[in-house]
Design a protein around this ligand. Structure first.
Ligand code: N7H
Length: 547
């Protein structure tokens, strides 16, 4: 399991029994989630080293429904993923290693607007009111700042190549993955109409895998990924403290009402799954309302964004090297290396250590320590958290200090643009930022020598428009937002202008108040396929397949 092996000793190795401590005083009751009805990848996360995404078009709706009836019993639920992860964890604690032979293969499914309309009816599909979902990614792409390259997308660049269905298959073992993907392939071939013509067509098969060796868990630019995620609130059984995301802060820690582990904010599940309480925009602890706009059949479903993002790895590193040489002659940036500049643009060092905590150098031990590597804020000094008693060293790494001006972590740093944490922004208050967070379930594609390599970006949210698109349009691609203004996110940001030049502003740590512009003339991340999808509940899938 990628997550456990690449995570630090402490969270991964602490027995779950440590969790059954006392409740946090004043904590609101959290709902018992429908773990048998919710597909597992959103709230649970596959966290597998090998994945294959199959993108399908429906050619004959009746044949597709018969096919779906065969597939639905194998769709992996949240209950299964939680149970497997717990088993894996407890074996690992006892054995001290990733338990050999304990592996799983998961399957999830999601549909585009046109896919749902084909399976059911146009009226029913329209009940999912997210306007961007209805429009489809190909209609929204330009407004995300994408280049006009949709004609060359592998799939999803137009209505004609829109993937109606996305199958997500994931495994610990590449042979098991191939077996499951081949089985899916042959079932698709067997789905034929009454006249014998194909009922479904695979329009794109996207293999993906974690990178080899020391790059495991890293993306192609070389940075560790999958570190910071919101922690969905909710329980997986009737047990009062049987939380989906374990709580590591001691109930006496002042942040225990707000965070599951240091830096990992608790967010009401309705932000990720339809039909549950959303975040309350005035209060970070108490639940907000349950979205009343969605139909009953959408309950326990999530919107899924898939973007096949090609990474221009050589161009990124060449840019860093050249710009570091230029900057190193400017007071305050003396001797800056390309590596350090890259880490400033991301907000983390390659190991995952946040530059808010170690601005001058990477710290491999901090990068490995998942109870420390996400423990930082931007607007306030960060303190050592009080954790529940678990074995392992204390967090003795340097703490982050408040960085209002972006002298430690540039305001345009990727992780700061997409999650400004406690910082005041253009929204009413940092509490509202919690309602913008997404669950990221991406995985790299391509080998380290392929020209076409990048990230299968996958995000789960309950609103595409006000979560994924908000982050992209309003923060990543806007020079002035979130406030204070700091320029564009040079890692993933895009400008739809013809020259596509993007500017970020860097401040030196030495107190000089000027900010230094850094201009990238070409994109480092280029979309080459994708779609907007909806992953329905198991019950709804059963209903659709029996129509
Ligand atoms: Fe990002 N990268 O290598 O620079 N991302 N991202 N991302 N990203 C993160 O904290 C990367 C993309 C978010 O809570 C890390 O887990 C690359 C899109 C969010 O502090 C790294 C691509 C969107 C976070 C990268 C890419 C986001 C985040 C640090 C494309 C949404 C969490 C690891 C190829 C619009 C921020 C970590 C937080 C973290 C990179 C895409 C969003 C290393 C290469 C499209 C919310």
């Amino acid at each position: 399991m990628a997550s456990f092996a690449s995570r630090a000793r402490r969270v991964a190795d602490a027995p779950l029994s440590t969790q059954s401590g006392s409740p946090v005083l004043g904590a609101p009751p959290e709902p018992e989630l429908d773990v048998h009805d919710i597909q597992g990848n959103g709230l649970g996360g596959f966290n597998k080293d090998y994945q294959c995404f199959l993108f399908l078009r429906i050619l004959d709706a009746k044949a597709a429904r018969t096919w779906l009836a065969r597939v639905v019993p194998r769709i992996s639920t949240l209950a299964e993923i939680v149970a497997f992860n717990r088993l894996f964890r407890s074996l690992r604690v006892r054995q001290g290693i990733d338990p050999p032979g304990v592996s799983a293969t998961w399957l999830n499914i999601a549909f585009s607007y046109r896919g749902i309309a084909q399976f059911t009816s146009e009226e029913l599909a329209q009940q999912l009111q997210d306007p961007s979902f209805q429009a489809g990614l190909f209609n929204i792409s330009t407004s995300l700042g994408d280049p006009e390259n949709r004609a060359s997308w592998k799939f999803g660049g137009s209505e004609d190549t829109d993937a109606h269905i996305m199958l997500m298959i994931a495994s610990d073992d590449p042979a098991h993955l191939t077996f499951a993907a081949d089985r899916a392939d042959s079932e698709i071939k067997e789905a034929v109409s009454s006249s014998g013509s194909p009922g479904l067509e695979v329009i794109w098969r996207q293999p993906s895998a974690t990178l080899p060796g020391d790059l495991r868990g890293h993306e192609h630019f070389g940075f560790k990924d999958g570190i910071s995620q919101p922690a969905p609130r909710g329980r997986v059984s009737s047990g009062a403290l049987d939380f989906l995301v374990p709580r590591w802060l001691d109930p006496s820690d002042p942040d225990a009402l707000l965070f599951a582990e240091p830096g990992r904010a608790l967010v009401w599940p309705g932000q990720f799954v339809i039909g549950w309480q959303r975040q309350n925009l005035n209060d970070p602890v108490e639940p907000g309302t349950i979205d009343s706009d969605s139909p009953n059949w959408a309950k326990n479903g999530s919107y899924v964004v898939f973007r096949r993002l090609q990474q221009k790895v050589d161009a990124f590193h060449t840019f860093l090297k050249q710009e570091a040489q230029r900057l190193s002659k400017i007071a305050g940036f003396d001797n800056i290396s390309g590596g350090r500049l890259g880490s400033m643009l991301v907000g983390r060092w390659p190991s995952g250590a946040p530059i808010m905590r170690v601005p001058d150098h990477d710290d491999l031990a901090l990068g490995r320590d998942d109870l420390a590597s996400n423990n930082f804020k931007y607007a306030a000094d960060t303190r050592t958290p009080k954790l529940i008693p678990i074995d392992g060293p204390d967090d003795s790494f340097p703490q982050a200090t408040a960085d209002f001006e972006g002298r430690r972590c540039p305001l345009a740093g990727h992780i700061r643009k997409v999650n400004p944490r406690d910082q005041d922004t253009d929204l009413r208050s940092p509490i509202e930022t919690l309602s913008k967070l997404i669950l990221r379930r991406g995985i790299p594609y391509g080998s380290t020598t392929d020209a076409d390599r990048g990230l299968c970006f996958v995000s789960y949210q309950s609103s595409i428009i006000s979560q994924f698109e908000f982050l992209t349009k309003t923060w990543v691609d806007d020079s002035d937002r979130p406030r204070p203004a700091g320029g564009l996110d040079l890692v993933i940001g895009q400008r739809a202008d013809s020259d596509r030049a993007r500017t970020a502003f860097l401040r030196s740590s030495t107190g000089n108040s000027d900010s230094e512009p850094l201009v990238a003339l070409a994109d480092f991340v280029v979309p080459t396929g994708g779609g907007y999808f909806f992953a329905p509940s198991i019950r709804t899938l059963q209903d659709w397949s029996s129509r």
